[in-house]
Design a protein around this ligand. Sequence first.
Ligand code: TUI
Length: 312
Amino acid sequence: MDSRICDLLNIQFPILQGAMARISDASLAAAVSAAGGLGIIAGGTAPVEVIRAEVKKAKELTDKPFGVNIMLLSEHAEEIAKMVCEEGVKVVTTGAGSPGKYMKMWKEHGIKVIPVVPSVAIAKRMERSGADAVIAEGTEAGGHVGELTTFALVPQVVDAVEIPVIAAGGIADGRGMAAALMLGAEGVQLGTRFLSAYECNIHPNYKEKILNAKDIDTVVTGRSTGHPVRILKNKLSRKFIELEASGAPREEIEALGVGALAKAVMDGDMDYGSIMAGQIAALVKKEQSCKEIIMEMMEETELLLHKDWRQL
Ligand code: TUI
């Protein structure tokens, strides 16, 4: 498949593995990169040395390029921004903010920079500040989300910038990927689909929840506090909604989320853990290797784009 994304990132298939805080470690990222996509280690809110160790591990596991995501709300963002330069990381993606102040340093180190953007205005700003591509992420995605849907956002961003656009949010199979390419995207980023990968080291309860999820099982909490996060419905999400509706102070609502992601990912607490997942979770039905996921995606996409959809 001919794509500016493959040339830019030196990868075989234009499929990125979305950074998932506390989840996307060296094991997942290296498996995706080894399979011809771009694996991405999530910085999340972890300290720099934790992420540096994952970068070193990924280098041991694969010779292929991989990326690091810097979550800009993290207090450790600045140190991780410097660490990727020291470690010779090839690609940086960013989330939950504007990476403008790091752009010059990254470019000087030859790093390809791909910010996640939730709107046309931010996409244009990122292009002006030197981004190599943008990831247009719709509100169907899991975790911290914007307002616009992937279907509305992607073609508008494609029209607004010259750099390549990667679509994210609500994509989990070849139909989604083919549709994204039709909207003008040149690559896709998947998070939720990779949660079911053998190489994804989440608690088995989390994986089971994803495999059993239905279409209406996600909800966005925190819109009222300015930190909207899509998670699977559970006791935690109900508590969030209750508190938000009661007009509780912002600090009280945000306190609910502290440590909740670790509870889900590490302890398997499906009641009070924050089970981040996208709206497409119900489409994820089986455990597979990253290689199987990527090959299946590419086969389906190519059938849809070039051959006969009735063969699917
Ligand atoms: O970043 C994400 N998704 C995430 S990050 C995360 S970890 C987390 N931990 C604690 C609190 C909150 C989150 C879980 N999921 N997606 C990328 C994304 N970026 N979505 C939306 C944005 C975004 C929003 C505003 C990007 C830029 C932006 O710019 C604002 C501005 O004015 O520059």
